[in-house]
Design a protein around this ligand. Structure first.
Ligand SMILES: C[S@@+](CC[C@H](N)C(=O)[O-])C[C@H]1O[C@@H](n2cnc3c(N)ncnc32)[C@H](O)[C@@H]1O
Length: 224
């Protein structure tokens, strides 16, 4: 199966399309993206915004069959969770993406029987999701501030002690804020880092939300 994971990343199937973080027309003055990129997004041209191959192979090797896993966003990573035989939930608001992932999986003979696609925005689905325990979470959905933190907030408590948390697209500012918090927080241990793209942490504590601000080593030093 590992060779199939490898092949997926060599294929880089274009399962993503359009801007799903907001569905309205974006004027060039609102975005730092070049106009050509905005036009391509508006046209819904198929692209691949997948995690990197190294991160995909790491997740495939780390995830055990039957693990309960969840990701915000969907794509190549969803296929990795499926191949690792996790009981997986992928949350994305884009139904076209789900169809593209299913079509690619069918063409390659990749079974998606253990994957549940939730077609919803993570900020709407996660707060009302059943708080069942999770063994691994990938945060790779909406990257605007504060969505990575929201996705983390609503999944971190569900992650079991010893479970894995992966963050993708570290170069984006909102993801970087979360990374800096996790790097300094004793309830998480950095496990792997894939260049400036992906970080994986192990949860080292039973609880992460039973805490006061002065117990978190984040931000300025304690007052003298
Ligand atoms: C960078 S892509 C994910 C790539 C995926 N992990 C892979 O390996 O192919 C970002 C994803 O976030 C999804 N997304 C956008 N807004 C979202 C939201 N509010 N909640 C959940 N997912 C969202 C997009 O539709 C897309 O699937």
């Amino acid at each position: 199966m590992r060779h199939i994971v490898d092949a997926i990343f060599n294929d880089s199937p274009r399962v993503h399309q359009g801007e799903t973080e907001t569905r309205r027309v974006i004027s060039p003055s609102e975005s730092i993206l070049p106009e050509a990129a905005l036009q391509s997004l508006a046209a819904g041209e198929p692209v691949c915004w997948g995690i990197a191959k190294e991160a995909g192979l790491f997740l495939y090797d780390a995830i055990k069959p039957g693990w309960r896993t969840l990701e915000t966003g969907a794509g190549l990573s969803t296929l990795v969770f499926a191949l690792a035989r996790a009981r997986h939930i992928a949350v994305t608001p884009n139904p076209g993406e789900v169809t593209a992932i299913k079509n690619y999986a069918a063409a390659k003979g990749i079974g998606l029987g253990s994957v549940r696609f939730v077609v919803a925005k993570s900020e709407e689905y996660l707060p009302r999701a059943k708080p069942t325990p999770l063994d691994c979470v990938l945060i790779d959905g909406k990257h605007a501030f504060p969505w990575p933190m929201l996705d983390w907030f609503y999944t971190a408590g569900r992650l079991r002690k010893g479970g894995l948390l992966a963050l993708d697209d570290l170069a984006l500012p909102a993801v970087d804020v979360l990374r800096r918090f996790l790097d300094g927080d004793e309830r998480w241990r950095a496990r792997e880092r894939f260049a400036d793209k992906t970080a994986v942490y192990v949860k080292t504590s039973d609880t992460v939300h039973d805490v006061a601000w002065h117990m978190q080593r984040f931000g300025p030093a304690a007052p003298a």
